[in-house]
Ligand binder design. Structure first.
Ligand SMILES: NC(=O)c1ccc[n+]([C@@H]2O[C@H](COP(=O)([O-])OP(=O)(O)OC[C@H]3O[C@@H](n4cnc5c(N)ncnc54)[C@H](OP(=O)(O)O)[C@@H]3O)[C@@H](O)[C@H]2O)c1
Length: 292
């Protein structure tokens, strides 16, 4: 009988205060060896003392960085007789600045990180995942961190677009990889209390046409954080679901996730647009600008 290898998981975007960091601790507690990655090693120092976690510097938008991490992880798996069973595409960036005020490079960075980043990771790490999937106890899963902003235009246009595209990519990938014994779990995330919301006070540039509603925009974002799910609750649920042999295709998780899903199905587009425009102050802004 083939010798059983120790299971491992690779997680992107593990800076302290975020969901990736909480997932690293939780998978570690469940006996996985964890490859915790982030752009800055020092942002993951709280994980350094835990046994069974390897910290690696990784920028998911850089092919040389992804390919160098593949090399490092492959060597460790070989040396320690481990397999890569779970890849969590968690790294992400967000911005709520309206499109006309946002530098083009910032929009591109959102797509590069949130959509092309997972594509880079899956492309490069596929040989390791396929190898784990071909073993008799192979239980292999790719986890993509989507958002309810992929269902309804809640955050910022580029962010919403990146998460909507990620959802379709997850669904297509799931069908393609099913015959190869690799599962794909898409997380339709509502609001989780992470450091991302600490940056919710992004300022509009001077002269912005949206200046008169800036406070409303900030309040709207900050309201997402109130009573949001803790990172540890989030991590417990995701680790439990992603370790199943037959997980759901999409996990709705976090504050408001299920409610926004229902709204996206039930309300007609005009009513959804009205509600979102009203809460962001866009409706009133249009009327004020027409009068001016
Ligand atoms: N929190 C929520 O309510 C919520 C809701 C829906 C979806 N999500 C999604 O959940 C994921 C995690 O978000 P979070 O709330 O934990 O935010 P976070 O605390 O800001 O964590 C994001 C992580 O991604 C990393 N990152 C950014 N660009 C990267 C790159 N090019 N390469 C590698 N890592 C990169 C960040 O590194 P640095 O520390 O270097 O910036 C950080 O470690 C994201 O995909 C986000 O879109 C979150």
């Amino acid at each position: 009988m083939a010798e059983q290898r120790r299971k491992s998981v690779l997680i992107t975007g593990c800076s302290e205060g975020g969901t990736g960091n909480a997932l690293a601790k939780e998978y570690c507690g469940h006996g996985f060896h964890v490859f915790a990655t982030a752009r800055r090693i020092e942002a993951m120092q709280n994980l350094a003392l835990l046994n069974g976690i390897t910290l690696i510097q990784l920028d998911v938008t850089s092919i040389p960085s992804v390919s160098s991490v593949l090399q490092t992880v492959s060597e460790i798996l070989e040396r320690e007789n481990m397999s890569l069973n779970i890849l969590v595409n968690n790294a992400g960036v967000s911005s709520v600045i309206p499109t006309v005020d946002m530098p083009l490079q910032a929009s591109h960075n959102i797509i590069q990180t949130n959509l092309l980043g997972p594509m880079n990771m899956v492309h490069y790490f596929m040989p390791l995942l396929l190898r784990a999937a071909s073993s008799p106890d192979g239980n292999v899963c790719i986890v993509n961190t989507g958002s309810v902003a992929g269902l309804l235009p809640l955050v910022g246009a580029s962010y919403n677009a990146s998460k909507a595209a990620l959802k379709m990519w997850s669904d297509s990938l799931r069908l393609e990889l099913e015959p190869l014994n690799i599962r794909v779990l898409h997380l339709a995330m509502g609001f989780i209390d992470t450091s991302m919301w600490g940056r919710a006070r992004e300022s509009l540039p001077a002269g912005s046409r949206y200046a008169s509603i800036e406070n409303l925009l900030v309040d709207h974002r900050l309201s997402f954080r109130q009573n949001s799910m803790s990172t540890s609750q989030f991590a417990q649920r995701v680790v439990s679901v992603s370790s199943k042999t037959n997980p759901p295709t999409t996990l709705y998780i976090g504050k408001g996730a299920f409610r926004y899903w229902v709204i996206s199905w039930l309300l007609p587009q005009w009513l959804r647009d009205y509600e979102i425009s009203r809460s962001l102050g866009l409706w009133g802004l249009g009327a004020a600008l027409r009068k001016a």
